[in-house]
Design a protein around this ligand. Structure first.
Ligand code: PLP
Length: 423
C-alpha cells in the first residue's frame, strides 16, 4: 500500500499560522550575504515545503520503480502513487475526468503540444491565431512556429497603459479566420489577471477554442476549468511548490481524442508492428516514454499542501503582501510601477530613475533580497512600456512583512548609492 507523507493541515486553523507555514520551507531559513534571505522571485520559481521534499525522498527510498509496466509489488506501488497524483490534479483543476490530465515537462511543453498536435494539422494559410500583448515567450514562440509551418498569422490583442486587455479590440479581432485563442491567465511581467472567463465566452460564441496559460495563475487563484469552459489549460509544477520538470496540460476530452500524439515512444501505444502502430487511450496517448514519476508525486504533494492551507487564505495573504509592498514602493523617489491593473496578483514590476534594473537587483542581492531583473521572457511587454527591462518582486504566502521591509530598505539604498549619498 502506498503511504505518502502527509502535509501539515494548516487549514484546520481558522486563520493560518503564517510563521509556522514559513517554517515548512527549509530553504528560507538560510542567510544570504550575512542577511536573512528575503526570497522575492516566486514568479520565476517557488521554494518547496518539507511535505514535497519528503514525498520525493519517500518515493526514491521505498517505492521507486517504473510505472504501468512491472507486474511486481514495487511497480504497482509506484503506479498507484503516480496515478493518485493525477486524481489530485483532476480535483484541483475541477477537470471533468482524469483522462483529461496530461503530464508534461511544464507549461512550455504543454503549449508546444497543443500548437503542434492541435493547431498545426488544422491551420491553413491566412488563418489566424490570437494572443494578447502580455504573453510570456512560451505563449508566443510556439504559435509563431505554427504560423511558419502553416502560413497562418499571429494577431495580438493590445493592452492599455495599466496593463489591462482591451476587450473591445479583442472583440474586433475575433473573426472567421481566428482558429485558436491563447491567453495568459496572469501576466508574469505585470501581474495583471486576464478576464479569461469573459474572453473564453466571446471566443466560444464563434466556436473558437481557447488555451489558457495558467503558469502564474495556478499558485495564486482558484482554478475551475469546467466553469471557465477553457479548451486547454496549462501550468508548471515548479511555480506551485512542486519540482521542476513536471507540468500539466488539461484538455477537453473531445479535443484530445481528435488530436494526433505529440511524440512517439513507449507507453503511448497499445500495439506496434513495423507496418503500423495503434495509439494508447487518453491520457497515455500524450505521455510517451518514462515520465517524471517523482515529479508527479511531488506535484501531488504540493497540491495537498496548498489545499491544506486553503486557496482563499493564500489569496488574502498575498493581497495583503502586495498592498504592503505597493504602499512601500510608492514612497520611493523616482520609482514607477509597470503594471497597475485593477485586477492584479502578487507581482510588482518597476523601474527607477536612479538605476538600471540589473543594478537594483545586484544591490538588493547584497542585502539578502532575491528579486528578478530583465525582460522576464516577455520582451514585447518591455517594448509596449518602452523600458529595456524591469525589476520584479513577486510574493508568495510564505513571505512576510520583514521580507518586504528588507526589500524597501534595499531600494532606499539604491537611491542613496546612485545619488552619491552613500559615498
Ligand atoms: N507562461 C507564463 C505566464 C510564465 O510565467 C512562464 C514561466 O515563467 C511560462 C509560461 C513557462 O513556464 P515553464 O518555463 O515552467 O514551462
Amino acid at each position: 500500500m502506498f503511504t505518502a507523507p502527509q502535509a501539515t493541515d494548516h487549514k484546520s486553523l481558522s486563520a493560518p499560522d503564517w510563521s509556522a507555514i514559513r517554517a515548512d520551507f527549509p530553504l528560507l531559513s538560510q542567510l544570504a550575504h550575512q542577511q536573512p534571505l528575503a526570497y522575492l522571485d516566486n514568479a520565476a520559481t517557488t521554494q518547496k515545503p518539507n511535505a514535497v521534499i519528503d514525498s520525493i525522498t519517500h518515493f526514491y527510498r521505498f517505492d521507486n520503480a517504473n510505472v504501468h509496466r512491472g507486474a511486481y509489488q514495487l511497480s504497482e506501488r509506484a503506479t498507484l502513487a503516480f496515478e493518485t497524483a493525477r486524481d489530485k490534479i483532476q480535483r484541483f483543476l475541477h477537470a471533468p475526468s482524469r483522462e483529461e490530465v496530461i503530464f508534461v515537462r511544464g507549461a512550455t511543453e504543454a503549449i508546444n503540444l497543443v500548437a503542434q498536435s492541435y493547431a498545426r494539422p488544422r491551420l491553413k494559410p491566412g488563418d489566424e491565431i490570437l494572443i494578447s500583448a502580455m504573453e510570456h515567450h512560451s505563449n508566443i514562440v510556439p504559435w509563431q512556429m505554427v504560423c511558419l509551418q502553416t502560413g497562418a498569422l499571429l494577431k495580438v490583442v493590445p493592452i492599455n497603459d495599466s496593463a489591462e486587455i482591451n476587450i473591445a479590440e479583442y472583440q474586433a479581432l475575433l473573426n472567421k479566420k481566428t482558429k485558436v485563442v491563447a491567453l495568459t491567465h496572469l501576466s508574469n511581467a505585470l501581474g495583471s489577471i486576464t478576464p479569461v472567463d469573459q474572453m473564453i465566452a466571446m471566443a466560444h460564441a464563434r466556436e473558437i477554442p481557447v488555451l489558457v496559460d495558467g503558469a502564474q495563475a495556478a499558485p495564486h487563484l482558484s482554478l475551475d476549468v469546467k466553469q471557465l469552459d477553457c479548451d486547454f489549460y496549462t501550468f508548471s509544477g515548479h511555480k506551485i511548490y512542486a519540482p521542476t520538470g513536471i507540468g500539466v496540460l488539461y484538455g477537453k476530452q473531445s479535443y484530445l481524442e481528435a488530436m494526433e500524439p505529440y511524440q512517439g515512444g513507449g507507453d503511448m501505444i497499445s500495439r506496434v508492428s513495423f507496418e503500423h502502430s495503434d495509439y494508447n487511450c487518453l491520457p497515455y496517448k500524450f505521455e510517451a516514454g518514462t515520465p517524471n514519476i517523482a515529479g508527479v508525486i511531488g506535484l501531488g504533494a504540493a497540491i495537498d499542501y496548498i489545499q491544506a492551507i486553503g486557496i482563499d487564505h493564500i489569496k488574502q495573504r498575498e493581497r495583503l503582501l502586495l498592498d504592503y509592498a505597493t504602499a512601500g514602493v510608492s514612497l520611493i523617489k523616482g520609482l514607477r510601477i509597470i503594471g497597475t491593473a485593477r485586477d492584479k496578483a502578487s507581482i510588482l514590476s518597476f523601474v527607477m530613475d536612479s538605476a538600471h534594473p540589473h543594478d537594483i537587483s545586484t544591490i538588493l542581492d547584497q542585502q539578502g533580497v532575491a528579486i528578478r531583473a530583465g525582460h522576464h521572457c516577455a520582451m514585447p511587454v518591455m517594448t509596449r512600456f518602452d523600458v529595456p527591462a524591469t525589476a520584479r518582486a513577486s510574493f508568495s504566502f510564505y513571505n512576510n512583512e520583514s521580507d518586504i521591509d528588507q526589500f524597501l530598505q534595499g531600494l532606499h539604498l539604491v537611491n542613496n548609492i546612485f545619488s552619491g549619498k552613500n559615498g
